[in-house]
Design a protein around this ligand. Sequence first.
Ligand code: SME
Length: 160
Amino acid sequence: MAPDMSYSLLTRQLEALLDSRDWLTNSAQTCAFIMQQVPDLNWVGFYLQRQPELLTLGPFQGKPACNPIPFSKGVCGATARSRQTQRIDDVHTIADHIACDAASNAELVVPILCGETLWGVLDLDSPLRGRFSAADQAGLEALVEVFVRCSELPDFSLAW
Ligand code: SME
C-alpha cells in the first residue's frame, strides 16, 4: 500500500476512535494510536504551551521524557517558534537537540495551533535515521488535524 493511502486509512480510524470531545482523553488516545500503528517509533507525545514560551510534557508513549522545554531550545522549541513542522533525518546533526532517549535518531515535530496561539506540539522519535519521509510528514500532519477537529482545546493563555 502506498504510504499516503495507509495514512488516509489511519486518519479515518483515528476519527472513529476520538469519540469524546475531551482534549486529555483524545491526546492520550492519539499518541497510543500512533505508537501502535506507525512502525519504528520509540516515543510519541504531546508538549503543551501551558505557560508562555514554555512546553510542558503532556500525554505520551515511551520512556519518561525531558520537561519542561523552553521555546528557545531543541527541535520542539524550533517548531514552537517557527510554527512549522520540523523533520529531522539525524538528530545528532542538530546542535541544540535535546536527547531524552539515547535510542532516538530521527525526529518529527508537528505544531498544534488554537486560533492565533501555539497550543502545543506533537513530537515523534524514531531509532531509524531518515525514518520520516515527506509522505510521513503529510500523514502525521493530517492525524494532528483530526485530533484538533475532534477535540475541545482549552485556551491555556486565558490563565497567563
Ligand atoms: N528531542 C526533543 C525533546 C523531546 S524528546 O525527544 C521526547 C527536542 O530536541 O526538542
